[in-house]
Design a protein around this ligand. Structure first.
Ligand code: NAP
Length: 254
């Protein structure tokens, strides 16, 4: 299956990198498409029409509000994969009628082979045999770089709030911890390395413990100890409540 990326920004590039196939690339900024094509061993094309003609599947990597404008240029596309936030399957079908459409919600760690990708299930729909085939091939490709979760289309916004935005949240957590560590005499580089390793190790431990957050937490928290004092400070700062608010804020538009 020959993929064509329409828009080679942050998310599309990460996905292309994670899949690791030579692909066709188009971006209004020519150098951006050329750089990604070079990295993939693919080819930058001059316009969306050529992308539509030559790709088996076009991956929409532009901004969500550009859906209709892009569709006018891609009328010849054989099949569509969308990573557009907040654009549901019915809107995709309206823009790209009579051809396979697959809606994905990836996160940026796909670029380093450790992503999560939600694949939308359209409630009550009877997909064509062609769409079933394209969907299976697309899932096999994204499984190279991610944990794949098939979810009803109506739950894609919640999926975005769980893991689509998570790299940004983890980055903010890491940044705040590095700032605190620098205040206590570590260099930013030392602190950055151990914070990233600590986050990676904690995630691996959670997985190992069957995602039992309480067990992981209790194993670090001795009675009357320093972790208990730190956790109390986080609760007093409103961490849990803030996470709930952040989830709802993402869902408002995702
Ligand atoms: N970033 C994430 O973590 C993430 C996660 C999941 C889904 N998404 C979705 O991924 C999409 C892209 O987001 P992003 O963060 O990667 O944004 P981005 O870095 O700004 O990438 C968008 C790219 O598309 C190009 N573009 C604009 N109009 C185009 C057109 N008509 N045809 C082809 N290319 C066009 C842009 O060029 P210009 O800069 O010249 O406009 C830019 O290179 C969005 O729909 C977003 O909802 C993002």
């Amino acid at each position: 299956m020959r993929l064509g990326f329409l828009g080679t920004g942050n998310m599309a590039s990460a996905l292309a990198r994670g899949i690791g196939e030579p692909a066709l690339c188009f971006d209004p900024v020519e150098e951006r498409a050329e750089a990604l094509a070079r990295e993939l061993g693919g080819e930058a094309v001059a316009d969306p029409r050529t992308l539509a003609e030559r790709a088996d599947v076009v991956v929409l990597g532009h901004k969500p509000y550009q859906l209709e404008a892009a569709a006018r240029e891609l009328s010849g596309a054989k099949a569509i994969v969308s990573i557009l936030g907040g654009v549901d399957v019915s809107a995709l079908r309206a823009a790209y009628p009579d051809r396979p459409v697959v809606r994905l919600m990836p996160n940026t760690p796909v670029g380093v082979g450790k992503g999560v990708v939600a694949v939308a299930i359209e409630e009550g729909a009877q997909p064509s045999a062609e769409e079933t085939r394209v969907r299976a091939e697309v899932i096999a490709l994204v499984e190279r770089c991610s944990t794949v979760l098939e979810v009803p289309d109506s739950r894609m916004a919640a999926a975005t709030a769980i893991f689509g935005v998570l790299p940004a949240y983890v980055a903010v957590w890491a940044e705040a911890t590095v700032d605190a560590a620098v205040r206590h005499g570590f260099t930013p580089d030392e602190a950055g390395r151990v914070v990233a390793a600590g986050i990676e190790g904690s995630a691996a431990l959670l997985r190992d413990q069957g995602h039992d957050t309480l067990a992981v937490r209790r194993a670090v928290t001795s009675p009357g100890g320093s972790t208990a004092r730190g956790l109390r400070a986080l609760d007093q700062g409103g961490l849990r409540e803030t996470v709930q608010d952040a989830f709802d804020a993402v869902m408002d538009v995702a």
